[in-house]
Design a protein around this ligand. Structure first.
Ligand SMILES: [Zn+2]
Ligand SMILES: [Zn+2]
Ligand SMILES: [Zn+2]
Length: 205
């Protein structure tokens, strides 16, 4: 039988993630247990266990005495290992803050563990995405013609045209992989009687 957690592009257990100063292994049963502590809620996937009142973040107990930030766990499992010293930005919070719907601080978005609501950022980009910065600053890179918003070259091999606009092949492939992985996560949620996740938009931008 194919495991609901078998990803099409070759993710194999055990995975590893840093917890304090050590590296801990993540097994398939950890992932199933984690799914059991989540609940889809609108556009978010809420972590429902061990949420810090002070910080608003969820904590997942991986081993005795080893707790990891729940959203970092989700990102590591369904997206990629998190590079050292990088933070994860909650895009769902940013969108709500932009719309004036979230005051920030230890808000409800911090307990969101939807891996596709999270983005690895440098501190600088994090500041640029802050709702206190003018919106035009965010679109600054769109005016550059030699690469896509994710830094892939708009050269002949990587470019295709759709409705008269230039698009990035590398980004399209990444989005297709993401949709398959998201499908696997939705299947794992469904296996525990939970709602599936909303689908990712067709285009990233
Ligand atoms: Zn969210
Ligand atoms: Zn928020
Ligand atoms: Zn791209």
């Amino acid at each position: 039988m194919t495991s609901l957690l078998t990803f099409p592009d070759g993710l194999r257990f055990p995975l590893a993630m840093p917890a304090g100063r050590r590296i801990v292994e993540i097994s398939e049963s950890d992932v199933i247990r984690f799914i059991g502590m989540t609940e889809p809620d609108g556009d978010c996937l809420r972590f429902t266990r061990f949420v810090s009142k002070k910080s608003g973040y969820g904590y997942f107990g991986l081993r005795c005495q080893v707790n990891v930030l729940a959203h970092r766990f989700a990102y590591t499992v369904w997206r990629d290992p998190i590079p050292a010293n990088m933070t994860l930005d909650h895009l769902c919070h940013n969108a709500a803050a932009w719309a004036g719907l979230c005051p920030g601080g230890p808000c409800i978005h911090r307990s969101c563990v939807d891996p596709w609501s999270l983005d690895v950022t440098t501190r600088l980009l994090n500041q640029r995405r802050s709702p206190h910065q003018p919106r035009a600053d965010l679109n600054h890179r769109n005016t550059r013609k030699d690469e896509c918003d994710h830094g892939h070259p708009f050269d002949e091999a990587n470019t295709y045209w759709w409705h008269g606009e230039r698009h990035c092949r590398a980004c399209r492939a990444a989005l297709q992989r993401a949709r398959r992985k998201r499908g696997a996560m939705s299947a794992a949620l469904a296996a525990q009687g939970k709602h599936p996740l909303p689908e990712l938009p067709l285009e990233e931008d």
